[in-house]
Design a protein around this ligand. Structure first.
Ligand code: ADP
Ligand code: MG
Length: 562
């Protein structure tokens, strides 16, 4: 097959342009990305070999190799992992499949100024393409484990790439960067410097569980050919005690497993001893992914068994309402062959899930008490997901409720927990009042609010779809009913004086004729017409029965086709 030339997909081209014009101030991270990919490829091969005895692959010395060639001015990152087939190279390297990337590019186009764009870019991972920050040409040679034909991919990052078959490709992938001239003023270092490469690997990839070896090039003339040297310690961070590991090291592990370039918001460690031993290192991201509420979003933790990577996205380890949590769980006594199906039913996995859930919730609680700002970020990003737990996890409902907070009529930016709400309830108020709706603005303007505003009664403003559901599931808090101000009869005056009772009867008599007439006129549309103490300005409002669906819920069910 002759060499074929392809155009990059539009999005890929845009990203490459960003790379070539060196958007990241810290260009060293290209190596982290390539080592991370190599590590993933080794994980995948080990798993594939484990699952399929007949796979014709060499798994005897899985490792990553870095090779410096000063004369050619190249740096090569090589792994003997799973590799890619001809078609896969086109799919994986030529296109951008990640939906987050498209979203990112859209945000970038909408960014108002260069500084805004810079901020966005700094947070976004571009994986393989980051090589073009430091190289003006990249060659990738790969052979999929078990296949005989290899593939060579080359590109200068300028809109096209070429693909050709390659005969003598070793198993796995090697990525050769034809380095740009060093330009220290622009953070473009000399990546043929042994010292520099060692420093970068130590900083970003120390925890990688495969050996990262440096081969070739002796450091000074006359040293003779250098022995391959392993640059990383390969220590599993989750197995080390917290005092031994720096925050930076944790963050680099987070970036490797989550493919997020931003720092995590929180690091949570758990080491369970006893009959079923395991270690967990969990992270709460600082930003919600775009697909948190879509069906096929990636969720779940990485599962290791005795330091051996077993699977990504292991959903069984945390309940769905903690799907935003990333991390690693390493268990001592599971079979290396465990499958997703087995995991779902495994007693030990269920135990781990319970323990991990409690640990995450207690960490959030600690954060809430000790670091209000971080808690606010967490709640802003993930509150809508966490609240699903109020409906789905009755065992932990109280714990979830304890870390839940809600917008309130008491302040623009303030949120309040149910506990705080109850504590500041004036004497005589029996219920916790809330209103649901699509946005704060729409409920603020709702006529239902008038009387509450007038009387200074605090109302919780609930605007997430899940709010409609959990308020019913929870029902009450510390003996106080959760009462929608848009449902049923609310007798605000009962809280006040007794006189008004008589007053209202008198009014009912006085307006009896009018009410009767209105009832007749509106017969088709409403069940009842009554005088209300809810309103102060608006002449009338529509109220649902206590057990009716609210309009928002009706819409939700309708959208779900029910
Ligand atoms: P990500 O790692 O976030 O998926 P990358 O841009 O880093 O994104 O890589 C894109 C894809 O290319 C990877 O998901 C993987 O399928 C493939 N790939 C990259 N490097 C390698 C490698 N060394 N071996 C095998 N596949 C690779
Ligand atoms: Mg990657």
């Amino acid at each position: 097959m002759p060499t074929e030339t392809f155009e990059f997909q539009v999005e890929a081209r845009q990203l490459l342009q960003l790379m070539i014009h060196s958007i990241y101030s810290n260009k060293d991270v290209f190596l982290r990305e390539l080592v991370s990919n190599a590590s993933d490829a080794l994980d995948k091969l080990r798993l594939a070999a484990l699952r399929d005895d007949s796979l014709d692959a060499d798994v005897s010395d899985l490792h990553i190799e870095l090779e410096i060639d000063k004369d050619a001015h190249t740096l090569t990152v090589r792994d003997n992992g799973i590799g890619m087939s001809y078609d896969e190279v086109g799919q994986l390297i030529g296109k951008i499949a990640n939906s987050g990337t498209a979203e990112f590019l859209r945000e970038l186009r909408e960014a108002k100024d260069a500084a805004g764009a810079e901020g966005l870019i700094g947070q976004f991972g571009v994986g393989f393409y980051s090589g073009f920050m430091v190289a003006d040409e990249i060659t990738l040679l790969t052979r999929r484990a078990g296949e005989t034909e290899g593939t060579r991919w080359t590109s200068r990052g300028e809109g096209t790439y070429t693909l050709e078959e390659a005969d003598a490709a070793p198993q796995g992938t090697s990525v050769t960067l034809h380095l740009k001239p060093a330009d220290p003023d622009n953070q473009l270092h000399d990546y043929t410097s042994v010292w520099k490469i060692k420093e970068i690997v130590k900083r970003y990839s120390d925890f990688i569980t495969w050996p990262v070896r440096l081969v070739g090039e002796p450091e000074s003339e006359g040293d003779g050919p250098a022995e391959a040297e392993t640059l990383n310690s390969m220590k599993a961070l989750w197995a080390r005690s917290r005092g031994e590991v720096s925050e930076d090291e944790y963050h680099e592990l987070y970036k490797h497993i989550s493919h997020d370039w931003r720092e995590p918001l929180e690091t949570i460690q758990l080491q369970a001893e006893g009959t079923f031993e395991y270690q967990a290192l969990l992270f709460v991201p600082s930003h919600a992914p775009h697909d948190l509420f879509t069906q096929n979003s990636q969720r779940g933790l990485q599962l290791y068994v005795k330091r051996v990577f077993i699977m990504d996205d292991c959903e069984a380890l945390l309940p769905p309402y903690l799907r935003f949590v990333k991390g690693v769980v390493d268990a001592q006594d599971l079979s290396l062959n465990v499958s997703r199906e087995i995991l779902q039913q495994d007693r030990h996995i269920r135990m781990m899930q319970r323990r991990l859930t409690k640990k995450v919730l207690s960490s959030v609680k600690t954060m809430m008490a000790g670091d209000a700002e971080r808690y606010t970020t967490l709640w802003r990003e993930f509150g809508a997901v966490l609240k699903e737990g109020l409906v789905t996890d009755s065992d932990n409902r109280d714990a979830v409720l304890a870390v839940s907070s809600f917008a309130t009529t008491h302040g623009e930016d303030e949120t309040v927990t149910l506990k705080q709400y109850v504590e500041r309830m004036p004497d005589g108020q029996e219920d916790i009042y809330y209103i649901t709706g699509e946005s704060r603005q729409s409920i603020d303007n709702s006529p239902h609010m008038e009387a509450f505003r007038e009387r200074g009664i605090e109302v919780l403003l609930l605007t997430d779809p899940v709010d409609e559901v959990w308020v019913d599931a929870v029902g009450e808090f510390e003996g106080k009913r959760l009462q929608s101000i848009a449902k049923g009869e609310i007798d605000l005056d009962a809280q006040g004086d007794e006189e008004s009772e008589g007053e209202r009867e008198k009014q009912a008599e006085e307006y009896g004729g009018l009410l009767g007439w209105m009832r007749e006129q509106l017969d088709e549309d409403v069940k009842e017409v009554r005088l209300s103490s809810r309103l102060t300005v608006s002449p009338a409002c529509v109220v649902a029965d206590a057990h009716d669906l609210t309009p928002a819920l009706e819409n939700m069910y309708r959208a779900m086709g029910q």
